[in-house]
Design a protein around this ligand. Structure first.
Ligand code: BG6
Length: 484
């Protein structure tokens, strides 16, 4: 299957850090279909040779294990070309059209890894140049807009140029092997489904913690913040995966219909909930693995009086028969105590305790997303000291480490998603209505913050965020999984 992949933003950060390494991995694994051509698009005036040299230089920043040898790079780089474009000039699209017309391919992928403010222009210009053929697929990187209105505007313009089944909205969390395993756990096994409901589950906690700060992206982050960067998309997609009903089949729309229902069932924000159930934080100076790090307000490109949040914790509820009354806690932030993404399902205790020592203890299923990819099932067992017949129960753990079980050479998120686009699989991409519903739900929080003079709560880098986060969950009589 032959294809051309046009990478708008071909000299940008995402291209260097994620897309080229992912394409190289697919090439190396032999999964990139034959007949590939990858065309980087950028403003610079680069020859194909210069572009290849730039990419080769940037590969030195990639994990050692994923770097190509000079011979491997030479073979990979034969696929790479460069087109210099000013994205507002129609004649540059005409040039691109001419280049693409040089050969007949099965699929053309237009990957928009630029600022989202350019998406509408690019889509319109592609159409004007006749580049919205039925063989074309368009990939839209997040963030897709800044709020509901801008998201709708982008979806509407792109939707006039391409049909919905040609549009691939990326949320790279859906491409992570651990998230696929979550679908496998829920819909490939009968074991948990009868328990997967309000009668048996006390609360669910979704954590996406990063050790990294904003790195070189201070300028971007200042106008984005954690709610738009992580909650509106990644965290809500995880919430959907954990809370959705079993889809009727594995087709894209069957899955997306069920995710949409979850988003539509999210309890709307009451005024009191916006102050009590949402916490925003910003990192101050601190230590990450023993190394002192700067406060957010001291980072490059960040205002010294910035009120941008680098941390959000919130309490959500899903108003449907399965989940009514079960709190879903979401927490994400930069410069936290570790790189740790996990979903913790806390089951209710037994209805009646016959062992004194079991009081206050209950089962827990931990779905580790990263850095470890695996499952832990926390059970209660008779402790070691059974000579005294003490009926003392202790928590024990069943551990499944998918990296060990399946080997570390697992397909990365971008590699998987790029192959899905090339091969036309939409399952792991987000539909416009899902995305709009997610914006609709987070927007009252953004509006509330705009009017709130208090600003974010400071937390020291290297901790689990503002202490109010523990107080929020304690109000329900629960605690975060690392606390209890
Ligand atoms: C991106 C955010 O979508 O996800 C970044 O823009 C964040 O700010 C990143 O660091 C986290 O992804 P991962 O795969 O490293 O958990």
């Amino acid at each position: 299957m032959s294809f051309d992949l046009v990478l708008f933003g071909g000299t940008g950060d995402l291209c260097w850090r994620k897309l080229m390494p992912a394409l190289f991995q697919a090439f190396k694994h032999g999964t990139l279909p034959d007949g590939a051509r990858i065309i980087g698009v950028g403003r610079d005036d680069l020859s194909d040779e210069r572009y290849r040299a730039q990419i080769q230089a940037r590969f030195s920043e990639v994990d050692l294990a994923k770097r190509p040898s000079p011979q491997e790079f030479e073979r990979f780089s034969a696929l790479l070309e460069f087109v210099s474009m000013d994205l507002s000039r129609p004649e540059h699209y005409a040039y691109l059209q001419g280049k693409l017309a040089q050969r007949q391919v099965d699929t053309v992928v237009m990957y928009l890894a630029t600022a989202p403010t350019l998406f509408a222009t690019i889509a319109e210009q592609l159409a004007a140049a006749g580049l919205n053929t039925p063989q074309t697929r368009v990939v839209l990187e997040k963030p897709l807009g800044h709020d509901l209105a801008s998201n709708r505007a982008i979806n509407s313009t792109v939707g006039q140029v391409f049909t919905e089944h040609q549009i691939y909205r990326i949320d790279h969390y859906l491409g992570k092997p651990s998230v696929q395993n979550l679908f496998a756990l829920r819909f490939g096994n009968a074991l948990f489904e009868p328990l997967w409901r309000r009668e048996h589950i006390a609360n669910i906690q979704i954590t996406i913690a990063e050790e990294l700060g904003v790195e070189k992206r201070g300028g971007f982050y200042e106008t984005t913040g954690a709610l738009r960067d992580m909650v509106q998309n990644h965290a809500l997609q995880l919430l959907c995966a954990i809370a959705m009903e079993p889809p009727v089949n594995a087709h894209a729309d069957a899955i997306r219909d069920e995710k949409l229902k979850v988003l539509r069932s999210l309890k709307p924000w009451a005024a009191a909930a916006l102050t009590q159930d949402v916490i925003r934080g910003q990192y101050g100076a601190g230590n990450i693995t023993g190394t002192p790090v700067l406060a957010y307000r001291e980072e490059l490109g960040v205002s010294p009086t910035s009120n941008t949040e680098t941390f959000v914790a919130l309490r959500a509820e899903i108003s449907n028969w399965r989940w009514a009354g079960v709190p879903f806690y979401i927490r994400t932030g930069k410069r936290l105590a570790g790189r740790d993404a996990r979903i913790v399902v806390n089951f209710r205790p037994t209805p009646h305790a016959i062992f004194n020592s079991q009081i206050g203890l209950a089962n827990r299923l931990v779905i580790n997303l990263q850095p470890k990819d695996g499952l832990e099932l926390h059970l209660l067992a008779q402790g070691q000291d059974n000579r005294k017949n003490s009926h003392t129960l202790s928590p024990v753990q069943l551990d499944l480490d998918f990296d060990k079980r399946f080997g570390m050479e697992r397909v990365g998120a971008y590699e998987r998603l790029l192959l899905d686009v090339i091969e036309g699989r939409l399952n792991l991409f987000v539909r416009s209505d899902e995305q709009e519903e997610a914006w609709r739900w987070v927007e009252p929080i953004l509006t509330h913050w705009q009017a709130d003079t208090q600003g974010p709560r400071l937390y020291a880098a290297g901790t689990w965020g503002p202490s109010a986060t523990s107080a929020m969950i304690a109000r329900d009589g629960f605690c975060w999984s690392e606390e209890c």
